[in-house]
Design a protein around this ligand. Sequence first.
Ligand code: SF4
Length: 416
Amino acid sequence: MIGVMNVSLYFHIPFCAHRCAYCDFNTYAGQESAIPAYVDALCREIQQVGERAPQSVQVTTIFFGGGTPSLLAPAHYRDLFQAIHRHFQVASHAEISLEANPGTVSLQSLRELRQIGFNRISYGVQSANPTELRLLERIHTYSDVVEAVRWARRAGFENLNLDLIYGLPEQTLASWQRTVELVLGLHPQHLSAYALTLEHGTPFGRWAAKGLLPLPNPDLAAEMYEWLDERLLLHGYAQYEISNWALDETQASTASSALQRPPSRACAHNLQYWRNLPYLGLGAGAHGYANGIRYSNVLRIKTYIERLETKERRTPDKSLPSTDTWPLSSAAVNAHRNTPREEMDETLMTGLRLTVEGVSAVSFRERFGVELTDLYGEKIERLTRLGLLEWTEDRLRLTRRGRLLGNQVFMQFVGE
Ligand code: SF4
C-alpha cells in the first residue's frame, strides 16, 4: 500500500504491587484504587491522539508495558481495545503484547486477554534462583513462572518472551547457567537478558554507594553474557539486538543472519524503536516519537488523570511544539522537534543496537539523502580500527566485542 505510515502504540501502566529494589521505572505501589480512573484517562488520550492522526496512520504493533500491566483486569483491556479500534486503524497482523508479572495472572485472565486480542506475552522472570529473586524484591517465585508459562500456552499464546537479568549481587556463573537452562526448558520464542544497572535513587543504588552490594565484577558479567549467547545459539535462538534473542520459525536460525534480517519471532514493537520509526506513547510518563517530535507525558498518575479530565491543552514552554500538534496530547510535558541531524544521529545510534541488521548505508541514503560515511566516516573508521564496528556488505554493525562495549560506541555519536 502506498502512503501508509506504520506506527506503534506504547501504553504505560504505572502500577506495581511492590516496588523492586533495583527499579527506577515510572511506577507506583499502593495506587491500584486509581486504576479505573487511569483507564478512563487512557481512553481519552487514545481519542485525542487518534482523532488528529493523519489518515495514513496504521497501527502495526501495540505494547502495554510498565509497571505491571497484568494488574489491570481483562475488562479494562476490553475498554481500551474498544477505544483503540474506534480511533485507529489497526493492521490485522498487528503484534499486540502485554508485559506481565508471573504471580499476577491466572489461566482465566490469560484466556480473556487472548480473546480480547493480545497475541504476545512478555513475562518478567529475572532469575530462577530464590535468593536472587528475594534480593531483587520480586513478588514471584520460579514455580509461579512455570505455572504462568503453562497457563499462557493453554490460553493460546504461541509467542512468549521471558526477561532475565544477569550480573546480580553474589550471582555466580553457575547460578546464572542454571537460570538459563531452566528457562530454556520452558521453550519461549524470545528471550531478553539485561545486565543489572544500578540506578541513582533506588535502594540498590544507595546500598551500592555504601559498599553493601557484592556485585560480580564486569569480567564475570561479560562471561555470563557470552555464555548465554553461545548457549542460545545452540538452542536455535538468533541474537538480533544487544540484549535480545529469538527463534526463527520461518527457516533455520542461521539463515536470518545470512539474510541480515531479524528472526521471525523478534519483537516487532521494539524493532520499530531501534529502526527509529514512529511510535506513540500514551499514559503517565510514556515517551513517543512521531511527526519528527520526541515527547514525554507527565509522570504522576494523579496529574495525568487530571490533565485528561480537563481536556486542557497546555504548552509548558513557548519554545516547544504546541500541544495541538499531532501526536501531542494534553498529558505531554516535554516535546522537542528533531533537527534532520538529530534524526540521523538517533537512527545511527538505535540502529547499531541491531546486531544482525545494523544500519544499512543504502537505506540511510534513501531515508535522508546523505551518505552515512560522509557524515560519520572518521568515527566509523576509528571504531572499525578498534575492532568495535564492522561492515558487512552495506551494513554497519557492532562486532562481537563491540556488543560488550555498546554504550561506549553509542557515546561517540551523541550530540554529533
Ligand atoms: S515489577 Fe517491574 S516495573 Fe514493577 S517495580 Fe518491579 S521491576 Fe519495576
